[in-house]
Design a protein around this ligand. Structure first.
Ligand code: ADP
Ligand code: ADP
Length: 225
């Protein structure tokens, strides 16, 4: 069964319906992607899954348990970690300190998990002792990913993880995310970069106007998107 699931999510902003009955599963060992044009409702869905927005209707289930009313920090403790579209790294803390915060707020606070996260994302060299401020975007994205992963999450929610990365960095990102999935983590990726999604996702959900309009493996679904 899925680790995380959305069922019939409805969100309205004033008179505007942003989510109109959205459901999907995020399963262990898989990369699930959500794509669609601007305004489709991808960010709104992301916020419902992460716990930063409470839907007007529907449910978010974790291991079959209703977490719809649990706030974001409580979901993080359960093992639902996230990254931010607009980078949210602490600028005066070092790379390693930023990543350690992820472990402290995550499911498990284990120094070995911090070291593993730093290694996985290529941050275990001299860069680990540098303050985050001033590091290139690609490095900061890796700090964010490592921070999210350091708490040994069961689900990783990634909001536009390829934003601001060059081609080589996107390829490296895809490799690491595939490795995390192979290791049993459930990944959900909201992404504009359809090339990344094509090479990365096991399942793609295409959103339009607040609904999921197509779902399936990337091959067929992305041609229709
Ligand atoms: P996407 O991430 O696919 O671009 P969003 O979830 O950000 O879509 O937005 C879906 C729709 O809801 C858009 O039309 C957007 O303008 C609108 N919207 C998003 N957030 C708000 C808000 N806080 N207030 C009013 N409208 C919003
Ligand atoms: P993000 O993925 O960070 O939500 P957006 O640019 O879609 O990126 O939205 C930035 C912020 O503005 C979000 O908090 C979103 O809810 C809000 N927002 C988006 N569209 C609208 C809108 N039409 N009216 C009011 N707030 C909006």
């Amino acid at each position: 069964h899925p680790v995380l699931a959305a069922r019939g999510l409805r969100v309205r902003y004033g008179g505007f319906t942003a989510l109109d009955g959205v459901g999907l599963d995020v399963a262990a060992g898989r990369v699930t992607a959500v794509v669609g044009p601007n305004g489709a409702g991808k960010s709104t869905l992301f916020h419902c899954l992460a716990g930063t927005l409470r839907p007007a209707g529907g449910r978010v289930l974790f291991d079959g348990w209703d977490v719809t009313r649990l706030p974001a920090h409580a979901r993080t403790r359960l093992g639902i970690a996230r990254t931010f579209q607009q980078l949210a790294v602490f600028p005066t803390l070092t790379v390693a300190e930023n990543v350690r915060i992820g472990a402290e707020h995550g499911r498990i606070a284990d120094p070995a998990a911090v070291e593993r996260a730093l290694r996985l994302f290529g941050l275990d060299g001299p860069v680990r002792t540098l303050p985050a401020a001033g590091l290139p975007t690609g490095t900061l994205r890796r700090v964010e990913l490592a921070r999210a992963f350091a708490g040994a999450p069961r689900v990783l929610l990634l909001d536009e993880p390829a934003a601001g990365l060059d081609t080589a960095e996107v390829a490296a990102l895809a490799r690491v995310l595939r490795a995390l999935a192979a290791d049993g983590t459930a990944l959900l990726v909201v992404e504009h970069d359809l090339d990344l999604v094509a090479g990365l996702a096991d399942v793609v959900h295409v959103m339009a106007a607040g609904r999921v309009v197509a779902s399936g493996p990337p091959g067929g679904v992305l041609d229709a998107a």
